[in-house]
Write a protein that binds this ligand. Structure first.
Ligand SMILES: Nc1nc2c(ncn2[C@@H]2O[C@H](COP(=O)(O)OP(=O)(O)OP(=O)(O)O)[C@@H](O)[C@H]2O)c(=O)[nH]1
Ligand SMILES: [Zn+2]
Length: 185
């Protein structure tokens, strides 16, 4: 749970810090709005995805399961500015699969907190490993960081791509190629 009172105080200070008049009409409700927004965009803090991923079903066919183009929004922990893009998750089951929506829920849990993209990628893979014990895992995130596009170095359109492989996806380069062709195809 976020401390809404603290957030409201901080927003008032920030607005005063940039030289704004916090009593003007357009800004009066802004501290409250941002506090409510923080509940949403940082709502993954203190949670793990395990409870979702443990919704499982037995399978006999242990072939790749890939959920691609899962849109995500997270907050860069260095600038508290959004980074957003697509997540692609694949695993090779070990006799059990999870519900498809639970893969997207996993991305949500770990993206809704101050993050760096590399850690987000690892946390998603760790959660799959813990709960499903699959024969292999590959996670790829492609994102645009607004701290690189609208400020600082200002390189609009630049993309950051991070990957994590585990098990069969680490050992077998052909599997990695298959993942990439399924993601791009
Ligand atoms: N590795 C990694 N770096 C990130 C991520 N998000 C933002 N950064 C980087 O974090 C770094 C912070 O660098 P600093 O030099 O402390 O901050 P800064 O002065 O605002 O740097 P500039 O962005 O270069 O203006 C920057 O290079 C950002 O591009 C991320 O998800 N992963
Ligand atoms: Zn940043």
């Amino acid at each position: 749970m976020v401390d809404k009172v603290k957030i409201e105080q901080a927003v008032r200070l920030l607005l005063e810090g940039i030289g704004e008049d916090i009593t003007r009409e357009g800004l009066i409700d802004t501290p409250d709005r941002i506090a409510r927004m923080c509940e949403e965009i940082y709502g993954g803090l203190g949670h793990e995805a395990d409870q979702h991923l443990l919704k499982q079903f037995p399978v006999e066919n242990n072939e790749i399961v890939l959920e691609k183009d899962i849109t995500f929004y997270s907050m860069c922990e260095h600038h508290l500015m959004p980074f957003y893009g697509k997540a692609h998750l694949a695993y090779i089951p070990n006799g059990k699969v999870t519900g498809l929506s639970k893969l997207a829920r996993t991305v949500e849990v770990y993206s809704r907190r101050p993050q760096i993209q590399e850690r987000l990628t690892v946390q998603i893979a760790d959660a799959l490993e813990r709960t499903l014990d699959p024969k292999g895992i590959m996670v790829m995130l492609e994102a645009e960081h607004t701290c690189m596009t609208m400020r600082g170095i200002k390189k609009p359109g630049s993309k950051t791509i991070t990957t994590v492989t585990r098990g069969a996806f680490t050992e077998d380069k052909e599997l990695q190629k298959m993942f990439l062709s399924m993601v791009k195809g």
